[in-house]
Design a protein around this ligand. Sequence first.
Ligand code: PHE
Length: 345
Amino acid sequence: MNELEQLVHSARADFDAATTPADLENAKARYLGKSGRLTDLLKGLAALPPEEKKTRGAAINEAKQQVEALLNARRQALADAELERQLRAEALDVSLPGRRRGVAGLHPVTRAMERIEAIFGSMGFEVADGPEIESDWFNFTALNTPQDHPARSMHDTFYVEGGHLLRTHTSPMQIRHAVQHVKRHEARLASGLPMPDIRVIAPGRTYRVDSDATHSPMFHQVEGLWVGQNVSFKDLKAVYVNFLQEFFETTDIRIRFRPSYFPFTEPSAEIDMMFGSGPLKGRWLEVSGSGQVHPQVIRNMGLDPERYIGFAFGSGIDRLAMLRYGVNDLRLFFEGDLRFLSQFR
Ligand code: PHE
């Protein structure tokens, strides 16, 4: 290896050893700088005779070009490595699952409630809403269930301060709505004119101390009330059959009234229904309490029981939703498990 080849060789080793651009520029100075080795060699040419100058000059220039090429290659390599490092540092892990936007849907009980409102709405029923924290008067006493009435024990509930309680049924809405309705038509009533019928449903949350596969401490009911001067059980039956047929989208349904007892209706009946086909075919299913509004309740509404008569019913919405969607455990509705709920999107 001659002197120039050795110089190129050592330049390559120095450049390769430089791991940063600053190191590389220092190495470059040692060869190509003002007093670098190649620069010194070129300066030395001046002292040579013309013939030698030419061949020696060409050889040095060739070595210089090689060193410059090595320098450029190393510069590029360092720049590439830096870029690579940056890219790796900023890399996105595309294998991570993205954040998906969930598709929302209405809760099955809400859907059932909306259906119920639409169906009764189409039959001319208003929809009313009222407080879940209720007074003793509206929840019991006004509904002909005084303090020591045995029926109260079936309605054990959650009591809050001030003698209020979480309503045990939607029936207090019968009184609340009727009283308002009567007030709205006070003038007509005072002059002996008939009042437009009270026709209302009141869906909402209700509470009792009860918990198993078919009972939840919080559940949903829908109250129905129709009071007028000529309203009978026949109207109740027509309304309720029509409701069930619309709700379950089949006319293949039978209903029966089974004698029962509620303090606020007389006579009282449980409404049972039976599907003529499908998985529940042939079984009587209890869906509602009902009855003719008790004269004392009519009086508490501010009406004369000699002139006004009507019926009321109170149905379990969760029960209706379970039948409609084929759900066999009520608790599924309230656990908030998306695997269950997303089936209703
Ligand atoms: N409120 C009664 C219950 O919760 C149901 C009912 C309502 C019965 C209206 C008759 C009339 O059991």
